[in-house]
Structures are given as C-alpha cells and as structure tokens.
Design a protein around this ligand. Structure first.
Ligand code: C2O
Ligand code: CU
Ligand code: CU
Length: 470
C-alpha cells in the first residue's frame, strides 16, 4: 500500500498543480537512514557554538559533537547502543520519552549502576513508538546537560507523511561568559527556587543560527526539540502557519496552535508541517516570545530567489499514524493528585529545609537513586488519572518516565486534538489532568524538567506493580 499511496499523492499533486514547473515539486518518500546499532563515547570536546570566527567553547559531548549524533532507528526493531564514559565522573543515558524496560531507563541506582569513568554500558531496547525523542544524562544532570550532553533520537515511521524536506532543530540554551566559555555557578540556590538556570545564548543544532535556507512552495516537516536546562519557549513563525502533527513523538490531530505559538518547555518536542508560503527572496523571523519583555529572534527563514516549487500547497495528507500506546479507560481510572509545592513565593522561600520544592510534601533531590520512597504505588495494567496541581508561582514541565499519557484537561477545560505527551507544562495555579495505563512495571521518575527544579526536590517516584520493594 505504501507505494500506491505515494503514487496517488503524486498524481493528486500533479492534478492540483497549475504549471509544468510543479513537476519539480513531486514528493518522494525519503529512504530510511535508520541504523539499529550505535556506539557513543561521552567525552570533553569543543564546539563552535558562536560561529567559526570565535573561539570554540569547551563542552562535554556525545561522540565529539554538540548536540550528539542524531540516532535514527526503525520502529519496533531492536536497538543496541554502546555508551562509553570518557568523562572523569559517573554518567548514564536516559532515552527520553521511549517506552522501554526500567533497566534501560538510565536512572542511576534504579535502572542501573552509574557508568563509571572509563566504563561502558550497553543499552538495548525496542522502541514501540515512532516519533521525535531525545537522549541526555541522568547523572549530575544540571552540569552534564548544561555542558552539552544531549542528542536527538528519531524513531522512523513505517509510512512517513510526504514532505519535500525534513529538518531537525535541537535547541539548546547556554550561559556563556564574554570569552565564550560556559559560566560556572551551576546549582545556585536562589535560581533553583525561581526560574532555573536560563542562559544567554540559544543554539539550533549546536550553533547560534544563521539563516535557515528555504524555497517558496515547499513543504517542510520540522522536528523541534527543546533541550534547554530551563528555558521555556513560545515560537512564532512570522508570516507562516505551522501545523502541529505530533507532540512528544505522539501523533495528534493536525492543528494550528493557539495564537500560532508553539509552546515548548524543556524536554518537550513538537513536530510541525510547514508550507513555505512566503515570497521568494524574503526573510521571515522565527521569534520566541514566551517572555514578551525578553523576546528575541531565534532564526530567520531565508527564501531562495528561485520561483516557487509549486503554486498551491501540496495536497497530501499530514496525519501521522497513531502509535500503539494503550488507551486509558477513563470510566474505571483511579485518580491520584500530585501537588507541586515550594519555590520562591511573594514573601520568600517556603519552609522546606534543604530542598526548594516538593511533590505532596516529599522532596527527592538529585538525579534519582536507590531507596527513594514512592509518592504513589500503582497497580500494573490499571488506568490512572494523575491530577497535577501547581501550587507554586512558577511553570513546571512535568515529565513521567516510561510512559506516554493523554492530556485530558487544564483547569477542567478539555484539551482538544488528541494530545499525548511525556512532558506537560503546568502553569502557576493550574491543574492539568493526564491519563495513562500503568502498563510498564518499575519505579518511574516523575519530575520537573527545569533541571534545577528537579535537582532541588521537584521529583518523585511512581511505583508500578510493587517493584523495587525489599
Ligand atoms: Cu528527560 Cu528524567 O528525564
Ligand atoms: Cu524521561
Ligand atoms: Cu519546575
């Protein structure tokens, strides 16, 4: 069916196009670039974050680059990734958003002993879901992620939507000193109780972006990954209308986002389809205006002077096939409330001892470790609604390991377009209800992905199926 389907699309594109020039714009399915086995060394290195003219920045790398190599794998087929630790400290790798067995989840003390300096670990799993995922350390995370350890993990669809080109934007945020080196001061307590370590330099795929060259009339798929420590983004594509087709790797009903802004908290991903309807030779800004007072232009879409590749937008479906995520049974689901507490409020810190944050009064600090008490124990195979209530004055992108959940409602208002996620932004004074089937046994981290918040206590363990007892 694959090729027939594509042929049909090509015929339709032909019929709807007005001129012979449209022939140029025929879309062929891109051949798979997947590979099922990889070897990655974690090691210090250098990256030209601010461009080739300036001195390179000392960073920590996966495979020598920032971000690390893009791992492309096939859905439903076993993957093996050998990770060698060339840092002078422990590390682990977490495959963010992949529904995999707990032993491969990369949480030190729970999934595995940390990978010692000079040691290695072989990660093996079979990704059940196609989509845009990423990988990062789960050890000394604030520094290791903040010094550059992150990479994209793309699980290819068996039948991708036809587009002219696919782009991947792995966005990272750095705090650089004037000499271009990474500023110290990781884990500042005041920051940890506020917005977290927000940087001063935003990169796409490891460089402060120059223009992104595009062609009038083409259809792009852009995979966006927010790999920042703390920066929440709201991206506006001036003069364009991005259509969201997947969130955190999980397909949704294709839709234009609210006010055309793509909201991306740390660790969140969005896949968009973008028809390049701008004028040949023109430039259009992509602006991050999450904080209206601090808005900046992330990158410019720079149109080629060539005539459009087609006169009308491609007439091809953009809906992705659903992944095999189990549908929660809302009628029988049990409800669990998780209250996010702490941080700097009007008057100062809440009295919480050494931690700055808590979930239901419990503070788990750091990266995850053995012997953490569970905030809730869930029965294997049952459906649950987690009600995430934010009692703090800050926004929290809350992430659950090992599962994807359906986002049901915000402050009781249903969320449209069939949105699933593994990381959901919970704004101050908001309650977000999510639902999922607890089908993956283990002790799973549930934490804020503003890394300072996680480190300072905004983390808990959800125990599924009585694992980890005794
Ligand atoms: Cu991407 Cu525990 O996190
Ligand atoms: Cu994760
Ligand atoms: Cu947070």
């Amino acid at each position: 069916m694959g090729t027939d389907h594509v042929r049909l699309i090509q015929r339709r594109a032909l019929l709807s196009a007005s001129a012979g020039a449209a022939l140029l714009g025929l879309v062929h399915p891109s051949p798979s670039q997947a590979n099922q086995s990889y070897r990655i060394t974690v090691a210090p290195g250098q990256a030209p974050l601010t461009g080739p003219q300036r001195r390179a920045t000392d960073v920590w790398t996966y495979g020598g680059s920032v971000p690390g190599p893009t791992l492309r794998v096939r859905q439903g087929e076993p993957v093996s990734i050998v990770v060698e630790n060339g840092l002078d400290q422990d590390t682990t790798v977490h495959w963010h958003g992949i529904r995999l067995p707990i032993g491969m989840d990369g949480v030190p003390g729970i999934s595995q002993p940390p990978i010692r300096s000079g040691g290695k670990f072989v990660y093996e799993f079979t990704p059940p879901d196609a989509g845009t995922f990423w990988y990062h350390p789960h050890a000394n995370t604030l520094q290791q992620l903040g010094r550059g350890l992150a990479g994209a993990l793309i699980v290819e669809e068996r039948s991708p939507v036809p587009v002219d080109r696919e782009l991947l934007w792995t966005i990272m945020d750095w705090r650089l000193r004037p000499d271009g080196q990474i500023a110290g001061g990781f884990g500042n307590r005041m920051e940890a109780a506020m917005s977290g370590r927000i940087g001063n330099t935003v990169t796409i795929n490891g460089v402060v972006p120059a223009d992104e060259p595009v062609r009038s009339g083409e259809r792009l798929r852009i995979r966006l990954i927010n790999a920042a420590l703390a920066r929440i983004m709201a991206l506006r594509f001036e003069g364009h209308r991005p259509v969201v087709v997947a969130i955190d790797g999980q397909p949704c009903d294709p839709h234009e986002p609210n006010d055309g802004r793509l909201l991306l908290g740390p660790a969140m991903r969005v896949d968009i389809v973008l028809d390049m309807q701008g004028k040949a030779g023109q430039h259009y800004q992509v602006v991050d205006d999450y904080d209206e007072d601090l808005q900046y232009s992330l990158v410019r879409l720079a149109y080629d002077a060539a005539p459009p590749v087609r006169m009308h937008p491609l007439d091809a479906p953009i809906r992705l096939l659903r992944n095999p995520v189990p549908e929660p049974d809302l009628a029988s689901a049990e409800r669990r409330q998780l209250v996010l507490q702490g941080g700097m409020m009007g008057g100062g810190m809440m009295g919480m001892g050494t931690a700055a944050w808590a979930i239901n009064g419990m503070s788990m600090t750091g990266d995850g470790h053995a012997g953490m008490a569970a905030v809730a124990t869930l029965e294997l195979g049952r459906s649950y609604v987690l009600s995430l209530r934010n009692d703090t004055a800050w926004s929290h992108p809350m992430h659950l390991h090992g599962h994807s959940f359906r986002v049901l409602s915000r402050n009781g208002v249903p969320v449209p377009f069939n949105q699933w996620a593994d990381t959901v932004l919970v704004e101050p004074k908001q309650t977000v209800d999510v639902a999922f089937v607890a089908d993956n046994p283990g002790d799973w981290m549930l934490h804020c992905h503003v890394t300072d918040h996680q480190m300072a206590g905004l983390m808990a363990v959800l125990r599924i199926g009585n694992m980890g007892k005794g």
